[in-house]
Design a protein. Structure first.
Length: 199
């Protein structure tokens, strides 16, 4: 599989709506800043797209490049991947396999600079140092009932399989009702109960 990097107009590239990776505002602003300050990074790590110019790797980088006002970005077109390989790539490209050597980070790197580059670092300030964990709560006679109450408040999820031809419609309907603050779980239960009553 031979792939080369080329510069493409950013308007031709489409974000992937099925990419499960998100970026929070603070991190997103750091990414935009890093692209503005170090655009050469994109040459080294280009955005990966499929034959339809939909992003497989670099969804957040594309969004940050648009925010930074770039007109063109380097891309690699991975047009020989199957649909299944594309889905696999989306996840594997976003999985962090390694771990940080925190001793090295603490002793050999400038933590302010790392933070500025977008790396999340834990900082011990006076306020957090004073906030000690109270383990005495474990001995509280009401602890079990409080734990049961907390568990009762937790929402749970079921995974519902769809045939390919129904998936997009189901996704749109789900989003439609969630955007209106509807409890879709109760709607499904009511429908399934009424259908069960017909049997």
């Amino acid at each position: 599989m031979k792939m080369k990097t080329e510069k493409i107009k950013i308007s031709k590239i489409k974000r992937n709506p099925d990419n499960p990776r998100l970026i929070k505002d603070n991190k997103f602003h750091k990414l935009v800043k890093s692209i503005k300050e170090f655009p050469e990074m994109l040459e080294i790590r280009p955005i990966v797209v499929n034959e339809d110019m939909i992003v497989l790797g670099g969804n957040m980088r594309l969004k940050a490049c648009q925010e930074a006002g770039l007109k063109e970005v380097p891309v690699i077109q991975a047009d020989e991947l199957t649909a299944e390989q594309q889905r696999e790539f989306i996840v594997k490209d976003n999985v962090g396999f390694g771990e940080w050597d925190w001793d090295m980070i603490a002793n050999e790197w400038d933590t302010e600079q790392l933070n500025d580059w977008g790396m999340d670092l834990w900082k011990l300030d006076e306020e957090s140092e004073e906030q000690k964990i109270d383990y005495d709560i474990l001995n509280d006679e009401n602890f079990d009932s409080e734990l049961d109450k907390m568990e009762g408040d937790v929402r749970r999820a079921l995974q519902i399989p769809f045939e390919n031809e129904h998936y997009e419609e189901a996704k749109e309907l789900y989003k439609f009702w969630v955007d209106r603050d509807a409890y879709v779980g109760a709607m499904i239960i009511e429908f399934l109960k009424s259908e069960k009553g017909k049997i």
